[in-house]
Design a protein around this ligand. Structure first.
Ligand SMILES: [Zn+2]
Length: 330
């Protein structure tokens, strides 16, 4: 039960909580995804989340890669967990190892915006079709490495996707596109400038990264575009100094709370967390080399969810359910 002092620190607004898990093959952090050998032994580790998700009524969105949907022996588990958690199965494109795979004249990892549109469209089709044996038509989507720009977005606009979560505000990506100045809360992007609100059909739900000052992202984007060669420095400063991620793998419990309180105070309504299924298996992430690290991560999630419930009214939703809340938007 929160003390009176704690009561005074209550968050001022109700919050929607979106928990997304990229369910994917091993290889992340090793920089060596292969086109034909992509083990998925980490996926059953999703069971570790069962108690936690049931206790805090977390309704996650599991975003599956092609290499995972390909593994039919995992379908029963994924459907069962999704049912138990009242969750959603969405899609996650690793464009580097989703067929058709062809060599491109750029260093790996090739940013999606440099992939020819026809090839990118074929990869998306391949990913969506791979959900058929699961009996699912995925409406939620995330791009691998947050590599979402106007080219990918225009393809998504013509697909079944209704909600996307590929924008990482205040972060720069190798080869772009950059999301430095993206809004923190969900918005309908301008399809030609996806960090600006516009009139797209797709709701964008950025992973929650809070700027230390509301205007920081815009300032860094101006510096990046006007000062050639500044990108690396800008990316480092915005990612490491001038932002607070509400991302449990990237930061500690105290900072998660501070960032959430700041977002809430500025009128933020939605918290969007993400992590990878491979982070639940010791050794697949440099941050979680042992079972103890994985258990400590689960405890961190538990205490964060508990704190949220103590300090505000929080409702966990899937990405598609959040999209439905914007029913006045066509
Ligand atoms: Zn991924």
């Amino acid at each position: 039960m929160p003390s009176r002092r704690d009561q005074a620190r209550r968050l001022t607004r109700d919050m929607k909580l979106i928990v997304t898990v990229d369910v994917e093959e091993e290889g992340l952090f090793k920089g060596q995804y292969s086109a034909d050998h992509n083990p998925t032994t980490n996926v059953p580790c999703l069971r570790l989340l069962d108690e936690l998700f049931l206790e805090w009524k977390i309704r996650p969105t599991l975003l599956l890669t092609y290499q995972v949907t390909l593994q039919h022996h995992l379908h029963g588990l994924l459907l069962d967990l999704c049912h138990r958690w009242h969750g959603e199965l969405g899609s996650h494109l690793h464009h580097w190892n989703t067929p058709p795979v062809t060599e491109l004249p750029f260093p790996d990892p090739v940013p999606a915006e440099l992939v020819p549109p026809d090839l990118l469209a074929a990869k998306l089709d391949c990913l969506f079709e791979s959900f058929q044996p699961l009996g699912v038509q995925p409406q939620a989507f995330r791009m691998g490495r947050f590599s979402l720009g106007p080219k990918v977005f225009s393809l998504l606009q013509r697909s079944q996707v209704l909600v996307d979560s590929s924008v990482a505000p205040l972060r720069t990506q190798y080869g772009g596109p950059q999301h430095l100045d993206a809004p923190v809360d969900p918005y309908f992007p301008d399809p030609s400038r996806i960090t600006f609100p516009g009139n797209s059909r797709i709701l964008e739900v950025p992973i929650t990264i809070v700027p230390v000052h509301a205007r920081v992202g815009g300032i860094f984007e101006k510096i990046r575009t006007r000062w050639n060669g500044s990108q690396e420095l800008v990316g480092w400063l915005s990612g490491n100094v001038f932002s607070l991620p509400v991302q449990p793998v990237w930061t500690g419990l105290k900072r998660l709370k501070i960032a959430t309180a700041l977002h809430n105070r500025r009128g933020g309504k939605v918290l969007t967390l993400f992590f990878h299924s491979s982070e639940l298996q010791p050794g697949n992430s440099p941050l979680h080399p042992t079972q103890d690290h994985v258990q400590s991560f689960l405890r961190k999630l538990h205490f964060f969810f508990q704190w949220l419930h103590d300090f505000t009214t929080v409702e966990s939703l899937t990405l598609s359910d959040l999209r439905k809340r914007y029913s006045d938007h066509p």
